[in-house]
Write a protein that binds this ligand. Structure first.
Ligand SMILES: Nc1ncnc2c1ncn2[C@@H]1O[C@H](COP(=O)(O)OP(=O)(O)OP(=O)(O)O)[C@@H](O)[C@H]1O
Ligand SMILES: [Mg+2]
Length: 658
């Protein structure tokens, strides 16, 4: 597979900033991989001075594997391939002192943050709390410090938000903790204000490559700029038609801002799509042409036309799921296709339920990304809270979770009182319980329970120094009482086996993590793993959301729920964000290499009532010549039916014979 001339130009341009702006499947990610190989191979940069930024941990892993295949031996050693957040975390771990943090600092997940906001806004409704949290997060992603936010505030709500931001940040500092947004904001602030530090990092990272650049937010773009410096030794690749994270603060404008910030920016466009069948590509082109464009980039493909896109109208979601499952089983048997070559995409996670049921019924093996939310499991969160507390005595949020997992007869009133006493004494809660004088002010039963807890924590802290992290997790699960509580909680042995499995998986993960890192650092990097990244799918049909499918490709792709309530999502319609929904479908369609199915239910159940659905408005934007609708071609339908029946019988015969 040789590179085309434009790709070659992108790979060999090594001095100064480069932006590759191109549509789906045109080889942008491939350019990044080849470029890393080129930079290392030509001796311009050793691998340890190169950092490639990807959008998810999953794509980071994939890129690492692709690079390992391209570069032989240990020449790739020390290469950084990570997400913006993981890079920010590493920077903070190295620069913790400059950033005002102590070793072992914690990362607050959004639940931890919400709890803080709730506390700072007593009596406020959940909606108001969520809105405030969003506002503060937006300020952080715009790279503002609390002081800057205050200076910029114009209205009363803005003043209020700036004030809450300041209080929230003070809490984080007291807990020796950062939140996800800080993982980018703090490194940016460091690099922008500390010239010496910036210089050191530019020395450390000589060349930067950023994939999926259209989905970076302002703070991430600033991190890129601060790391790349004025010379701008970077390669960014992106596609404004695939910007699907505006709701999370992504700003595709950064792509044009880049041209203003770097007058020397070289822009390379790629126009050949290597991924999709021609029909799929023509459909995708036609769809996205409905969005406003400065420059419409039309992709072409030398691939075969392929089969027409099937459009299915189904009775309801259950019927839709059954048809999809049956079709997959049919294609798998008839064309000898591996399960892992199929992918089913949906707009919202709840849509996977009907699919799972249908796939289970037909015994089709599948892997659901995101849905299992390993890190959201109560027992895993409990164990992580324990680890956080052991590594960071200042982390009150972790303390509060751990002291109640399992419950030890310490009620909310006592905990509130303890919080107050420790605040007055100027120490974190996990230290306050070491003080006999302080405990005396609590009810005797609770005090004795807390003092027992303090002994337990002291003992485990000693183990934490001694034991390898994975071993620590195992010891912790036993001694903390987490396992025993889990056993008592589970109604069946089977249930206990599954949930205990989650804890084992956590220990395994620590086993596999890079050597030398302490439990605190590991807990921090684990907090960064998005759910979609956990668990290795085998030879299984993939189920995932359209958002999670970005950058991936599959031979056979099904997109379900292409109705006018789901895609475009009704909330987006109300808020006038149709263009982003169209991009989302564009991303979905362009995942397909060989064949694509689009389906929608005629009705759905909502709050116990039947709701009539109409096909998505986007279906009307696809060229009719590329589609094959249900019932539109009776002859073809009949032929397929017969073929399917034959294969069906063959499958049953095979089953009976085996
Ligand atoms: N010059 C080439 N010759 C043959 N195949 C290629 C070439 N360039 C890329 N490909 C293949 O095309 C497919 C799409 O490439 P890649 O994933 O890099 O595209 P992309 O632009 O990153 O897509 P997306 O926008 O979806 O992220 C891959 O299977 C890749 O191996
Ligand atoms: Mg890509």
């Amino acid at each position: 597979m040789s590179l085309n001339p434009q790709q070659q130009a992108a790979v060999s341009h090594c001095e100064g900033p480069l932006l590759v702006l191109a549509g789906a499947g045109s080889g942008k990610t491939r350019v990044i991989v080849e470029k890393i190989a080129h930079l290392v191979g030509s001796g311009r940069y050793p691998a340890k001075r190169i950092a490639a930024i990807t959008f998810t941990n999953k794509s980071a892993k994939e890129m690492r594997e692709r690079v390992a295949k391209r570069i032989r031996g240990d020449a790739a050693e020390g290469l950084t391939v990570s997400t913006f957040h993981a890079l920010g975390l590493r920077m903070l771990q190295i620069e913790h002192e400059r950033a005002g943090l102590r070793r072992g600092f914690s990362i607050f997940d959004s639940d931890d943050s919400t709890a803080q906001f709730r506390d700072l806004m007593p009596g406020a409704k959940p909606d108001a709390i969520q809105a405030m949290q969003g506002l503060v997060s937006r300020a952080k992603n715009a790279g503002l410090s609390p002081e800057q936010a205050r200076a910029l505030a114009r209205s009363t709500p803005e003043h209020e938000a700036a004030m809450i931001y300041e209080l929230y940040q003070a809490r984080l500092a007291a807990f020796n903790a950062v939140d996800f947004d800080d993982l980018i904001r703090l490194p940016v602030q460091l690099l922008e204000t500390d010239a010496e530090c910036a210089l050191a990092w530019r020395e450390r990272i000589g060349y930067l490559l950023v994939d999926e650049c259209q989905d970076s937010n302002d703070a991430q773009y600033r991190l890129l700029k601060a790391l790349a410096g004025e010379k701008g030794n970077f390669t960014a690749v992106g596609d404004d038609d695939q910007s699907i994270y505006a709701w999370r603060g992504a700003n595709p404008e950064n792509l044009s801002q880049m041209a203003r910030d770097y007058p020397a920016l070289k822009v390379v466009k790629l126009e050949q799509n290597y991924r999709c069948s021609n029909r799929v590509l023509r459909a995708a082109n036609a769809l996205i042409a409905n969005n406003p464009h400065e420059h419409l980039k039309t992709l072409w493909s030398a691939n075969a036309d392929g089969e027409r896109i099937r459009v299915w109208e189904c009775r309801d979601a259950a019927h839709e799921a059954e048809r999809v499952a049956a079709e997959i089983q049919f294609v798998n048997a008839a064309r000898k296709v591996e399960w892992s070559e199929f992918c089913i995409l949906f707009r919202s996670n709840h849509q996977s339920r009907a699919l799972e049921k249908a796939l289970q019924m037909l015994r089709v093996p599948y892997h659901l990304s995101g849905g299992t939310a390993f890190l959201d499991r109560g027992e895993v969160k409990d164990a992580l809270a324990w680890l956080r507390m052991l590594a960071n005595p200042d982390d009150d949020a972790a303390f509060l979770r751990a002291v109640q997992a399992p419950g030890r007869g310490v009620g909310q009133t006592t905990l509130a009182k303890l919080a107050e006493l420790s605040r007055n004494a100027g120490m974190p809660m996990s230290r306050a319980i070491e003080s006999v004088g302080l405990l005396k002010q609590l009810a005797p039963r609770a005090a004795s329970s807390l003092s027992g807890f303090a002994d337990l924590v002291r003992g485990l802290r000693a183990e934490a120094v001694r034991l390898p992290p994975a071993e620590l997790v195992r010891v912790l699960n036993e001694r903390s009482g987490l396992l025993a509580a889990l056993r008592a909680q589970c109604k069946t042995e089977e249930m206990f086996r599954i949930r205990r499995g989650n804890l084992d998986e956590l220990a395994d993960w620590f086993d596999g993590a890079r050597g030398g890192a302490g439990p605190g650092e590991l807990a921090a990097s684990l907090a960064l793993l998005s759910h979609a990244d956990k668990g290795e799918p085998g030879n299984q049909v993939r189920l995932m959301s359209l958002h999670a499918a970005k950058g991936l490709e599959f031979r056979y792709v099904f997109i379900i729920g292409v109705d006018d309530d789901t895609l475009p999502h009704e909330a987006s319609v109300e808020e006038g964000r149709i263009d982003e929904e169209r991009r989302l479908l564009y991303v979905g369609i362009t995942r397909a290499k060989e064949q694509l199915w689009l389906s929608y239910p005629r009705e759905s159940q909502r709050w116990g009532e039947r709701l009539k659905l109409v096909p998505s408005r986007f279906l009307a934007e696809l060229p009719a010549a590329e589609l094959q609708r249900d019932g539109a071609d009776p002859v073809a339908d009949a032929a397929r039916k017969k073929e399917r029946a034959d294969v069906g019988f063959a499958a049953i015969r095979a089953m009976l014979e085996s």
